[in-house]
Structures are given as structure tokens and as C-alpha cells.
Design a protein around this ligand. Sequence first.
Ligand SMILES: Nc1nc2c(ncn2[C@@H]2O[C@H](COP(=O)(O)OP(=O)(O)OP(=O)(O)O)[C@@H](O)[C@H]2O)c(=O)[nH]1
Ligand SMILES: [Mg+2]
Length: 342
Amino acid sequence: MKIGIVGLPNVGKSSLFNLLTGTGAAADSYPFTTIDANRGMAPLHDPILESLGRLLDPQKLTPAQIEVVDIAGLIKDAHKGEGLGNRFLGHIRDVDMIFHILRGFADEGIPHVFDTIDPARDREVVLTEMALSDLDIAERRLKSKRKQADAGDEVKLLERYCKLLSEGSYGLNGSCNEEEGAFLKSIGFLMPRPRIDVLNLSDTGESPSDNETYLLSVSLEEALADFNADERRQMRIDAGLDPRGGFGLLEDALSRLNLVRFYTVKGEEVRAWTIKKGATAVQAAGKIHTDIAEGFIKGEVVNAEDLLAAGSWAEASEAGKLKVEGKDYQINNADVLLVKFR
Ligand SMILES: Nc1nc2c(ncn2[C@@H]2O[C@H](COP(=O)(O)OP(=O)(O)OP(=O)(O)O)[C@@H](O)[C@H]2O)c(=O)[nH]1
Ligand SMILES: [Mg+2]
């Protein structure tokens, strides 16, 4: 699973990428600092993993990660190729979900492509480019498909989408099922992806009353690095931001991507993984290693919450919380899975 960071130039995309992945991609005060996409892995903050670490005391605690792609800034007419727009839009085809960064911070030293700070206008500009790119694809395809007798369903789907997009309805996620979304993506559509709009604010706290966007200040997050979790939380609240900061954004992304976490304990390592909601024990085993899935005999499963409440494996087992499950067992969020395999 990959998340793409999208937005106008100079809005803080690479700064957010660095914050989430802990890397040092170039972030500078001129537009188009990023041309080639930056790719990195973002570790997922995980209080349950930390608690398992305290209980089991392994040598190594490995959080789950998600891939993040920092894409070059989009500008008006990107869909016509303006500012390498086609190439940059192309990077979006490669991701499963979008963080759309809107600039809410004012700073005279960091030029805005439209000179003024207006996140609602910026949102419209970027989403319009993505929608126009989809409409171009749809119109070209409709021309040929309308002549085909057996393409009626596709024509209907494309027409329905074109109507939504041209009405400026950008929250397309709910308006198609998974299969339709997968088809539209396979022909190059950009919009049928889960998206979170992120407003990158200054740290001085004048947040808009818009509950659709995730309120974050990348510069505040950078300044908070040396504070403890409670202090960080309080300072975000004081600044009118989401109290969870950058990690909360990833947490919301997991839920939008329908991912759950599970844990494995092997030797001296306790490790967190993500997997699609509804996945089975053998699919989870396959994430760990294909050999483990192929030789799968059984899984021993205890939910981390139960294990933590019981205080030890033995007590969890005594309380009947440790269960033996087969290949088809559906993984629940926070399951600890011990696979026996050939
Ligand atoms: N004041 C302030 N400056 C920020 C904030 N976030 C990023 N910046 C600064 O804004 C400038 C642009 O940030 P980048 O992260 O490079 O922005 P970008 O969107 O990746 O820009 P391009 O790659 O050029 O499209 C840098 O000088 C950052 O330090 C913020 O929250 N507040
Ligand atoms: Mg950048």
C-alpha cells in the first residue's frame, strides 16, 4: 500500500514526507524543489506494540510501515502537461491513497504560486486538474465504447462518473463499489482513491472551522520533536490542531485503506504488520513469508488487548483467550498470531 502526497508547489509536501518517514528529502523555500518523486517508509506509531514490548521485553520492536511517495507540485493546467503536469499526475496512478496538502501558513519568504493564502481555492485548483485528467480519459474512451454493442455497462459507469466530476463532486469514494473503483483506476483514473485533505497551518493557531480537513502544522511538529507525548498533545490542542499530529494522519489513512494491524512474536522480535480487513490467517502468514503460508499448519491467536489484560501468555491461555485457529480464520485488529508451519 502506498500513500501519495499531492498539492500545489511550496505547500510543505516534502516537509510532511520528511516528518512521516524520518528522512531528509530536499525541502526548500522555492517552488518545484521536488521534481523526481521521493519515496520512503513511514513507521506507524503503535501504543499497543509499545505495551507488548513492555510485557514481553523482546530485544527488538518493529512497527508496521507504510510507503509514502512525495510527488512534485501540481499547477493549473497540469492535465494538459503544464509544468511537467502529466508526469506528476502519473505518479498518482501508482498510489492507493492521497494526502492532499493545502497551504494554510503564511510566510513572505516562501512564495505561494498564487501569492495569497487561500486553501479552499488551492483545493479546487488541484482537484480540478485531477478531475480534468479523468474526464479526458473518460471522453476518449466513451468515443470508442459507445460504438461497441457489448460495452453498455462501461459506458454507463463512465457517464455517471463524468457527471459527478463535472459537477465538482470530488468525494468520489462512496459513489462506486470496489470493483468499479478498481476498473476506473486500471484505465488511468486518479480520483477514485481515498483522500485526506491536510491543512498545513502555522503554529500560531487560527484554525478554520472545517471538519473535513486534517489540521496539522508541519513546522510545529518539527519544533515538538524533543517534547514528550503529553506535552506535544497539549501544544497541538493549544494551536487548534488535531491532537494526534502526523501519526494521527497515518492512523486515519489506515482506516480509510481498510487496513488492520496484527502482531507476530518470533525469537527476540515483536513485530507489527498491516493487512486488509477481512484477511485470513494464511494470508497474514503470507505477509510474513511465502514459505510460512505454504507450510501453514495452524495459528495460535490471542488478541493483544486480552494478552495485555491477562498479563502473560500462561494467564491468557488459562483464561481461554489463546485459541487455535485454521487457515480461514479472519484476522481481527490487534491479533497476535503465532503460526505453526511445516
Ligand atoms: N512557516 C512554515 N513553513 C513551512 C511549513 N511547512 C513547510 N514550510 C516551509 O515551506 C517551504 C516549502 O516546503 P516544502 O516541504 O519543500 O514544500 P513542497 O510542497 O514539497 O514544495 P515543492 O517540492 O517545491 O512543490 C520550506 O522552506 C519549508 O521549510 C509550515 O508549516 N510553516
Ligand atoms: Mg517538495
